[in-house]
Design a protein around this ligand. Structure first.
Ligand code: FMN
Length: 161
């Protein structure tokens, strides 16, 4: 028997970066904090993230068919927490940080250390999450910024405790 709390602890042994995944169309804006982001393929350039199937974001990503992955910098804990707060409305989440608009129309957050603008390639419902796979159509990065890391259920910085 796999205990969910124990599973969470073992999952937490895997150190990750932290991203905010955003999407926008005429009347459908959404963003949430994710550490399930990972690269899939170089040719074609594919990446993925997983979102809980009960999130209001799932139908929005499926409707918009585009999204941007914003890779958070070490000084963006507040942004990460805001976009991970269920009680915070979409407007309040985006009120935490200035943003520009990428080629697909998806929001790119100010101060991130990198971003990938994507068109939805496919989605797969798996267990209690939906896996969204996107093809990268534009991207940029800032090599001088350090990453925000997530490990054992808490934020970390490279070289920090
Ligand atoms: C560091 C961190 C990483 C997270 N990664 C994910 C993730 O990959 N997938 C997911 O569904 N939720 C993840 N969450 C939780 C969501 O950000 C949170 O449930 C958010 O409220 C979802 O948006 P919603 O409430 O509008 O559905 C993460 C939270 C934190 C703090």
């Amino acid at each position: 028997m796999i205990e969910p709390l124990e599973l969470r602890k073992v999952m937490g042994q895997f150190a990750t970066g932290v991203t905010v995944i955003t999407t926008q169309s005429a009347d459908h804006l959404f963003g949430f904090t994710a550490n399930s982001y990972t690269s899939v393929s170089l040719d074609p350039p594919l990446i993925l993230f997983c979102l809980h199937k009960d999130s209001k974001g799932c139908p929005i990503f499926l409707h918009n068919q585009v999204f941007a992955v914003n890779i958070l910098a070490a000084d963006q804990i507040e942004v990460s927490n805001g976009f991970a707060t269920k009680e915070l409305s979409t407007e309040d989440r985006f009120g935490l940080v200035n943003h520009a608009t990428a080629t697909t129309g998806s929001p790119v957050l100010e101060g991130v250390m990198g971003w990938l603008d994507c068109r939805l390639s496919s989605s797969i419902e798996s267990g209690d999450h939906v896996i969204f796979i996107g093809e990268v159509v534009d991207m940029n990065y800032d090599a001088d910024k350090g990453p925000l890391l997530y490990f054992q259920g808490g934020y970390r910085e490279i070289g920090g405790q």
